[in-house]
Each structure stands twice: as C-alpha cells, then as structure tokens.
Design a protein around this ligand. Structure first.
Ligand SMILES: NC(=O)c1ccc[n+]([C@@H]2O[C@H](COP(=O)([O-])OP(=O)(O)OC[C@H]3O[C@@H](n4cnc5c(N)ncnc54)[C@H](OP(=O)(O)O)[C@@H]3O)[C@@H](O)[C@H]2O)c1
Length: 358
C-alpha cells in the first residue's frame, strides 16, 4: 500500500484516526502544525511525524510528495481545506477530509475537472458527515428512480468536540439553506420544525445547512433536498413559534461574530467547555438517520439507518475510505457513496439499515 499522510493528527479526532490507523497496521505519516504534540503522538504510536503549517506551500508539497493520499483532519475546514487541496492537485495526491461544512463541499466539487485531469480523488466528508447520510440518501433514491424530493434527517446522541463546535459556529453566518429545483436557496434558520419517526423514537427536527445539501445532490440528482437535524423538544417547541425572532436576531449575532475579539472569546469558551466524548461515551453514543425519497403522485421510499457514536463512526469510516482510495484509485470530486458504494457505511461496526416502500 502507498504511503499516506494524516494531517491534523493531534486534534481530538486526529488522535482517534491515528490510533485506528495504527490498530489496523497502517503507518501514516502524522502531520500538523504543532511539533511538540506531533512528537508525543508519534512516540506513543511509534509512527513518523512532520510539522508543516498550512501556510508553508512548499513544505506542504514536500510533505505530500510520493504519498497516495492525505486524510485531512484539521478543521474548521473553511479555513484549512483549500491550501491542502491545492497541494494535492499539484503533487497528484488524493485528498480526503472529515468536513461537514457546506461551503467546503461546494468548493471541492467545483474542482472535479481538475481532479480528473490529475487522476486523483477529492472526497470530502468521509466521517459522520456525510458517510451514513450520503449512503442512505443514495440507497433510498435507487429504490425510487425519478424521485423529485428527498428529505434527510439526523439524530445524534452524543457530545461534540471543540473542533466540531467551532466548525458549526462558523456556519452560522451563512444562514439556512435548502435545495429547490437543483439550486441552493436560502431558508430562514429555525423555520420548518416538524416531527420525524426515527427507528429509536419520534423527534422534532429542523432544516439545517449541512453538507448533504451538496453531496446528496451529487449522489442522487434529486432536485429538491431538505436536510434536518433533531433537537431537544424544548428548543424545538420554542423555535416553532419564535423562529421569526431568531431570523431577525441572526444578523445581529452575525455582526458580533464578525468581530475577531468576540469570535476568539467564543472559540476559547468552546475549547474549555467541549472536550469530545471519552472512551466510555464513544462506546455508548449512537446516531439515527432517516431518509425519504418521494415523487409527484405520492410514491415514496423510506430508509432508516442506526449507527454508533459520530466520532466512533468517523474513525472507522475515514480509515476505511483511505484504504479504498489507495487500493482502487478513484478519480474526480466524489461523495462517499459515489466513491465507495451505498453499502460502504455497513462496514462500520454497529451499523444497520432497513427500508419501506410506499
Ligand atoms: N465529519 C464528521 O463527522 C467529523 C467528525 C469529527 C470531526 N470533524 C471535524 O474535524 C475538525 C477537527 O475536529 P476535532 O474534533 O479534531 O477538533 P480539535 O480537537 O479542535 O482539533 C483541531 C485540529 O486541527 C488543527 N488545526 C486547526 N486549524 C489549523 C490550521 N489553520 N492549520 C493547521 N492545523 C490546524 C489543530 O491544531 P492545533 O492542535 O495546533 O491547534 C488540531 O490539531 C472539525 O472541523 C470538526 O468539525 C468532523
């Protein structure tokens, strides 16, 4: 197997990925920007390491030279994805990341032709965002050819890492989005609360501007897509009546986020208060997904997918994705289901899927 690089190896998720890679007998080159943290991790796992900041364009190209793939785990990816993708396209190294950020998917899918010309793959979202949702979306879409509407809903029972919380915060100024007639259109944040029956229970969900609005479109070509997240019922009940207040308040909050001092105080709070699940929580967390493809006339196909904690899924799916890229060498900008097939997610321990046709 060709050599590969794990960039961002010392973050909460990066360490999980490094440990999973080592457990499977891989020897990725651990990389990131902090030499002290990299040295400690490299010594613990007996793996080589190299510190290269993303701003060092020549150093990044030297890092990737001769590597078959880089698994990029340093986020928020709106800040980190583009220098790494540039270096991949220059050196002929395939790019995978664990983003869930909508603009990152848009930017990478826009580079499809460049990736094909270089015979490399650009595969964003090989973690919890978007492996299970993308595989489920493509699976229900295949059951109803000609579907014109897709609803995806995710219920995640677990706690986020600081990096995830910061990335989610970074999406707030972008506002809400849904896909209509093939195009992304703005959607008022907090509007559209409704119940969804997940396999474990019914929950209230709200439309959210997450990466599936791009990946499900590429994977299914269904023109109308809404992606929803389950939320605590207390918050959902408030949003049901109060979303117009939130929609008016959001621009004010966005203005505050635009002040670097305010944003860095919030980031520091998140770093202090959100640690990511410990080993015990990783074992017991779970996630539940629902997808419904439908068409005019009333026909529909539904699917449910239950899986492990989001970070547990991420470590399994992302390392399996690297293995597949190195073994099969897919080309172009691809969603996980396009690159690895709709059953890829079933390889993650503790994952099951069922369907129903209307
Ligand atoms: N798709 C999914 O389901 C999924 C799952 C897990 C995580 N994620 C995403 O993965 C990212 C990391 O999450 P995490 O839990 O590992 O967060 P974390 O613990 O905060 O780690 C972030 C890592 O990224 C590095 N980093 C940040 N900005 C950088 C930059 N400009 N240049 C170089 N390195 C940089 C940090 O380096 P320092 O240590 O030097 O600060 C750290 O190693 C987040 O965006 C998160 O949303 C997605």
């Amino acid at each position: 197997m060709s050599p590969w690089v794990l960039y961002g190896a010392t973050g909460y998720t990066g360490v999980l990925l490094a440990e999973e890679a080592a457990r499977r007998g891989h020897r990725p080159l651990l990389a990131g920007r902090n030499p002290q943290k990299l040295r400690a991790l490299g010594e613990r796992l007996n793996l080589d390491w190299k510190a290269v900041p993303l701003e060092d364009a020549a150093g990044l190209r030297a890092l990737l030279k001769g590597a078959g793939a880089v698994l990029h785990a340093a986020g928020p990816f709106v800040q980190t994805s583009s220098p790494m993708a540039d270096a991949c396209l220059d050196t002929g190294c395939s790019y995978l990341d664990i983003t869930g950020e909508l603009p990152v998917f848009q930017a990478l899918f826009a580079r499809d032709a460049a990736a094909k010309a270089k015979k490399i793959a650009l595969i964003p979202g090989v973690g919890f965002d978007v492996v299970p949702s993308d595989c489920l979306a493509a699976w229900v879409a295949a059951k109803l050819p000609g579907a014109d509407t897709l609803e995806l809903a995710l219920a995640v029972l677990g706690q986020p890492s600081a990096g995830t919380a910061k990335s989610a915060l970074g999406m707030v100024p972008g506002g809400g989005w849904v896909r209509r007639d093939g195009a992304l259109v703005p959607f008022p944040p907090g509007k559209g609360v409704h119940p969804v029956r997940f396999s474990h229970r019914e929950a209230l969900v709200v439309p959210a501007p997450i990466g599936d609005l791009v990946t499900a479109w590429h994977s299914t070509h269904i023109p109308n897509i809404t992606v929803c997240l389950a939320m605590p019922s207390s918050l959902a009940k408030i949003l049901r009546v109060a979303w117009p207040v939130g929609a008016v308040g959001l621009p004010l909050f966005n203005q505050l986020l635009g002040f670097p001092a305010f944003r860095s105080r919030l980031d520091a709070q998140l770093e202090r208060r959100t640690a990511g699940p410990d080993a015990e929580k990783l074992k017991h967390g779970s996630a539940h997904l629902y997808a419904r493809a439908s068409m005019k006339g009333g026909a529909f196909a539904e699917g449910w997918l239950d899986t492990s904690d989001g970070y547990d899924l991420t470590r399994h799916a992302a390392i399996s994705a690297v293995e597949q890229v190195l073994a099969r060498r897919p080309e172009g900008a691809l969603s996980p289901s396009q690159a690895f097939g709709v059953d890829f997610v079933l390889g993650v321990p503790g994952t099951s899927r069922r369907d129903s046709l209307g």
